[in-house]
Design a protein around this ligand. Structure first.
Ligand code: XMP
Length: 516
């Protein structure tokens, strides 16, 4: 892999994504790893990310100069560039002149990195210190007002660096710079494609699972569907998908899974109607974490029941059900530190909390993938487009979109409001523009309204449309007023007990996407 060494801030993920967009496989590792640990991964190249520190700050992360003697091509970015310059004997100084945002750089030598890019280009910078003198043997490629050395390379040793952030779209030729490093600097080929990912995963799943049976909780969302399709491709009939109707679904979801997914993949599907069970378990609870844990626990109990039934049905020669498939994605693994034990954090996220006495081992074929990559793999596997492009919907479903206690009646209200919002957003052609739009019922809030000739005392519905690349950060989507207006009018007219529709205009952070 190409290792992206994370020096903090949020840059490493973005760099890893851009490398993969160049069809080269990348992984993120923490800067606390020793050079030996990194080399054990047999990296094809290493990228040192930006970070919030100054190389002068006490305790600033440091780069071991040994890294540059290993013969592995290295690209330093921003903080990584400065740390590299310093480790190799260059001079980094506090300039007092901060460059932040769009910054013009002047190319003085194209070299490998800046080949075929203009002499003057806009880059995105964010730094206080600057490299004043390149280390010995390095050629200076570019300068800017605040950075005497804004890019350098030592072609012979295959060491490269840029002060700006090529991973950010505001850097006009950023992707080109990354690709020059990967293809020309490090000699890598763009061969990491969905087809290869599938072939690799299929092999890995077969090795892990052997002859045992596997269950997969299918939610109808893209992650579980693609995970299921991969496992199906690997072990066929050993897989049984379980669709749990927990009563916290949106209108039409159970039908879509039965109709579209099964038709496309031929997967064996068991549908379990567990609406009563979840409602009973949730009765009397309004704390978000408690609700999540209850839902997660019940989910697993349902899978255990399903597993028992599957084995019973198979008769005495039936293999045991040993594995549970989870659609854990890479950002969840990274967020939880990237190491072992990461599974639990996403599992928690995925199904709302796994019990400690889990009887299954997890199969997580999407652990190395970002969402857009999961979609590409899904398309390649023939998963239907409405599922591949479906907006994210949390495992705990509408249960965490009712702020307050979950009851059958409240679910019905929210389901209707949600169906209206979704219908109007689709009609307006906005589905691909927004990442998702949670519709939330504030069940414990009431406000006064006037409907017909009478006073009402109803509940507000919150619309939470967000734009995002990976759900780690998000902004609220500026939906057209006329679309908002139609949604509001329809919800207040058509849904009983709702007399107000409000718009959530909070980014993430500080708000999360979901309200609970
Ligand atoms: P937050 O609310 O943390 O959500 O900003 C980030 C993304 O994750 C989804 N989400 C979940 N997905 N199980 C899931 O499968 C969960 O428990 C869960 N909680 C949040 C959320 O819809 C958003 O896309």
């Amino acid at each position: 892999p190409v290792l992206v060494v994370d020096f903090g801030a949020q840059y490493a993920q973005l760099i890893a994504r851009r490398v993969r967009e160049a069809k080269v496989y990348s992984e993120i590792v923490p800067h606390t790893w020793s050079v030996e640990q990194m080399l054990e991964k047999d990296p094809a190249a290493i990228i040192l990310s930006g970070g919030p520190s100054s190389v002068y700050a006490a305790g600033a992360p440091f780069v071991d100069p040994k890294l540059f003697d290993a013969g592995v091509p290295v690209l330093g970015i921003c903080y990584g560039f400065q740390a590299m310059a310093r480790a190799l004997g260059g001079e980094v100084a506090q300039t007092g002149l901060r460059e932040y945002g769009g910054t013009e750089v002047e190319v003085c030598a194209a070299g490998v990195l800046l080949a075929d890019t203009p002499d003057h280009q806009t880059t995105w910078m964010s730094h206080g210190d600057a490299v004043h003198r390149a280390p010995e043997g390095f050629e200076v490629l570019a300068t800017s007002a605040g950075s005497p050395v804004a890019a350098f390379e030592d072609k012979g040793r295959r060491l490269y660096g840029v002060q700006w952030h090529p991973e950010v779209k505001h850097s006009a030729h950023g992707q080109t710079v990354l690709e020059h490093f990967l293809y020309d600097g490090a000699g890598l080929a763009p061969d990491w494609t969905p087809g290869n990912v599938i072939a690799e995963q299929v092999e890995a799943i077969r090795a892990q699972v052997g002859k045992a049976r596997v269950v997969c909780g299918l939610s109808g969302g893209v992650d579980s569907s693609v995970a299921a399709a991969l496992v199906q491709a690997a072990v066929g009939d050993q897989l049984t998908c379980v669709f749990v109707d927990h009563g916290l679904l949106r209108a039409g979801e159970a039908e879509q899974v039965e109709r579209d997914f099964v038709a496309a993949t031929g997967v064996r599907l068991v549908v379990r109607d567990e609406r009563e069970r979840f409602l009973q378990a949730l009765a009397g609870h309004s704390d978000p974490e408690t609700k999540r844990k209850i839902i997660g626990r019940e989910f697993i109990r349902v899978f255990e029941d399903a597993a028992r039934d599957i084995v019973a049905e198979a008769g005495e020669h039936g293999e045991e059900v040993k594995f549970l498939v989870q659609g854990t994605l890479y950002p969840d693994v990274v967020e939880s530190g990237g190491g072992e034990g990461a599974a639990n954090i996403k599992s928690h996220h995925n199904v709302g909390g796994l019990p400690d006495d889990l009887q299954f081992s997890l199969v997580e074929p999407l652990r190395t993938l970002f969402k857009d990559e999961v979609r590409a793999v899904g398309l390649e596997l023939g998963v239907p487009e409405p599922i591949v492009w479906r907006q994210p919907f949390p495992g705990p479903g509408l249960g965490i979109r009712i702020v307050g206690e979950v009851t059958g009646e409240r679910l019905e209200i929210l389901r209707q409001a949600d169906a209206i919002a979704r219908e109007e957003l689709t009609k307006a052609g906005l589905d691909r523009e927004i990442w998702q739009c949670p519709v939330v019922l504030l069940a414990d809030v009431r406000s006064v309204g006037v409907q017909g000739d009478g006073r009402t005392y109803g509940h507000p519905i919150v619309l939470r449309p967000v734009s995002s690349e990976d759900a780690m950060t998000a902004d609220w989507t500026r939906l057209p007023y006329d679309v908002l207006s139609v949604i509001s009018t329809r919800i207040t007219n058509e849904v009983r007990d709702v007399n107000r529709v409000v718009l959530d205009v909070t980014s993430k952070p500080p708000g999360t996407i979901e309200w609970e």
